[in-house]
Design a protein around this ligand. Sequence first.
Ligand code: GLA
Length: 405
Amino acid sequence: MNTTPRIDAQAGGLAARFEATFGAPPHGVWAAPGRVNLIGEHTDYNEGFVLPFAIDKRARTAVRLRGDTLQKGSPHQGALREDTTVRLLSTSGGQVLVLADAAKLTPGAVKSWAKYPLGVVWALQQHGIQVPGFDLLLDSDVPLGAGLSSSHAIECAVITALNDLTGAGLTAEEMVRLTQHAENAFVGAPTGIMDQSASLRGALGHAVFLDCRDQTVQLVPFAAQEAGLVLLVIDTKVSHSHADGGYASRRASCELGAETLGVKALRDVAIGELEKARELLDPVTFRRVRHVVTENERVLQTVDMLRSQGPAHIGGLLDASHASMRDDFEISCPELDLAVDTARGNGAIGARMTGGGFGGSAIALTPVQHEQQVRDAVVRAFADAGHTAPDIFTVTPAAGAERIL
Ligand code: GLA
């Protein structure tokens, strides 16, 4: 897939920088976006529904395979085929070259940002796909630690590149599962499939309505601008890793709930069954289950609403989603609540935290004429509360992963 390069103003500069660094031009440049989730939180690993979109911020990777640098017939050709050296460089941070051996990767052993590209290499190998050595230069404008899936953007850019370069012929669905395997088993974060699906399968102007049970996708137009709205992201600057305990413990509660209720996944519990579930579950597990069951329903309603009436009508669903995450799933934090409440109090028509929680970003769907007021009010509220200043910007639904040079 994605073999026809599309125009991206940054691609040429990255390729030139790659050549200056590694001494030869890249075989191509690939990009994959971060995401926001409009609604459907912690529903993905419960085989439910999500509605994220790919944002107009992305990770770009210039890549050159090392194994084919010698001409056919060269006496060194065999040796180079066995060259499994991987050299990785990122334009951000300390710009330290990371060296690894693609044939000797160990889950959990890599600590730097290199765990994302190397996790992909490892997952491909686990899947029986040979990955030769390669050089890679990464440049990303997806904010780090903001809950916008900067790590998945890297993984999706890398897997798209390696899929093209090795001729592996993987489908988007397969690449989603492989990057999930990289995250779960190599990086050590027990996350679901939402982020990769948005990054790999997103489309300009659309949200990705994903059924996480069978991976079917329907693209739903999200034309905020035409409705006089902007989607503001408020990055609280509270950063949290999904490899820490909170995410895993929520996942464990959901699994306990499903097992106690005798269903394969919480996707199979209907709203009307919640009262019965209350009798069978301890109070905390019940609230976790109620969040997932009602959140699935809110995703379906949001999709219906977007299709029938447009984005100006989904505000109440966003608010209800936030309340459910704050009170039932308990994954919000004071900064996220302050961002949401302040945005709502200053003209946003709906707001919620987005992503895994415990920090990261909130989204606020806001009429254009109130945008500045919301921005000013949130900055002021954070200063008054003594919180680190938030970063506030708008996002629009962008294209998914693609080759750009
Ligand atoms: C993180 C995970 C996703 C999903 C969300 C919560 O972003 O990576 O798989 O579970 O949290 O909806």
